[in-house]
Design a protein around this ligand. Structure first.
Ligand code: SAM
Length: 330
């Protein structure tokens, strides 16, 4: 159950749902990744409470232009987005984290219900509680769920469904997975709904490499925390001092790749299984795909969205799209 239960129960406009996966499925997923030829751990394992806090710290680093640029775009266009989307909707946020960005939109969107979705349960509960206290007129229905899976919302609402997916979280999917995610979102919002989504754009290697290798080493700590998370929650015994953070833009694949590199030959136990690492062998922990406007637009159209507005910053570094899903009979 969630921590701080009595505080949570004291706010009548706040509802919390736990749809997290069975522990056994999660273990199998970890074992599958570490048994692959190129070892990998899904980026969703970054996000225990420590990982969520470290990510918030990353967003404040000077090199991490993504959050600042997207925030400026949302502030600049909040009123217009509010007019386009309309009031009294069900506003669903994917990977809501600290729910900071939604605060920019709440006054102009005036949704009836805000439904944050996140895998990091305690952090989600804390953020939802803070938001519900700050906005007493808003009904907050927070769900702990893995949004990479097919899921239904744990409640029903007849309001217009608006999905919000900021932070270029869609970049963590490979391109086919991103297409599938867009199609799932299209189904979730239905024929009257829309999707407001932040997408990071292709740019020079130096800017991208700096963004994922901040001078204070916060991204390195965030990356290494995935091993600490596995140690804490999945019976692992990684020695964090024997792995190093590596992140670099792969221009051919159009993605920043993040790895943890083994500094010497070693053996690690995770979920009761033993894994050997050669010196310099890596665990691939994250991809962050970067897009062209046209490419992303085509993916959304292929997923069933049929009308779009979009906004970009002055340097064309980041984009925010509003996709509509207007079905027959609209
Ligand atoms: C990169 S952070 C973005 C946070 C915030 N939305 C922003 O734009 O700054 C990704 C967020 O998505 C959540 N997340 C990552 N993978 C997830 C998954 N598979 N299912 C649900 N939430 C996930 C993380 O816990 C985290 O809060």
């Amino acid at each position: 159950m969630f921590d701080k239960e009595s505080a949570l129960n004291s706010v009548p406009s706040l509802y919390l749902y736990d749809h997290s996966n069975a522990q056994q499925d999660v273990r199998e997923e970890i074992i599958q990744g570490l048994s692959a030829q190129q070892k990998y751990i899904s980026p969703k394992f970054f996000y225990d409470e420590t990982g969520s806090r470290l990510f918030t710290d990353i967003t404040r680093q000077p090199e991490y232009y993504l959050t600042r640029t997207e925030t400026r775009l949302l502030k600049r266009h909040a009123a217009e987005i509010g007019t386009l989307v309309g009031k009294d909707s069900l506003l669903i946020e994917y990977g809501s984290g600290n729910s900071e960005k939604i605060r920019i939109l709440l006054d102009s969107l005036k949704p009836g219900i805000y439904a944050p979705l996140d895998i990091s349960r305690d952090y989600l509960a804390e953020a939802a509680l803070a938001l519900a206290q700050e906005y007493p007129w808003l009904e907050v229905r927070a769900t702990c769920v893995d949004f990479t899976t097919e899921f239904d919302l744990p409640f029903v609402s007849r309001r217009r469904h608006i999905s919000f997916f900021p932070g270029s979280g869609v970049g963590n999917f490979n391109r086919p997975e991103a297409g599938e995610f867009l199609a799932r979102t299209r189904r979730l919002v239905g024929t009257q709904g829309c999707l407001l989504i932040g997408v990071d754009l292709k740019k020079d290697d130096a800017t991208l490499n700096a963004a994922y290798n901040d001078a204070r080493g916060v991204t390195a700590q965030f990356n290494l925390n995935v091993l600490a998370h596995l140690n804490r929650a999945y019976d692992a015994n990684f020695d964090l001092s024997l792995f190093a953070h590596r992140a670099a833009y792969n221009a051919v694949k159009g993605r920043v790749e993040m790895h943890l590199v083994s500094l010497r030959p070693q053996t690690v136990t995770v979920c009761g299984e033993t894994y050997r690492f050669r010196k310099d062998e890596s665990i691939h922990t994250e991809n962050s795909y970067k897009y062209d406007l046209e490419e992303f637009m085509s993916m959304a159209v292929a997923a069933g969205f049929n009308r779009a507005e979009y906004w970009v910053d002055d340097r064309s570094w980041f984009s925010v799209f509003l996709f509509y899903s207007e079905g027959e009979g609209d």
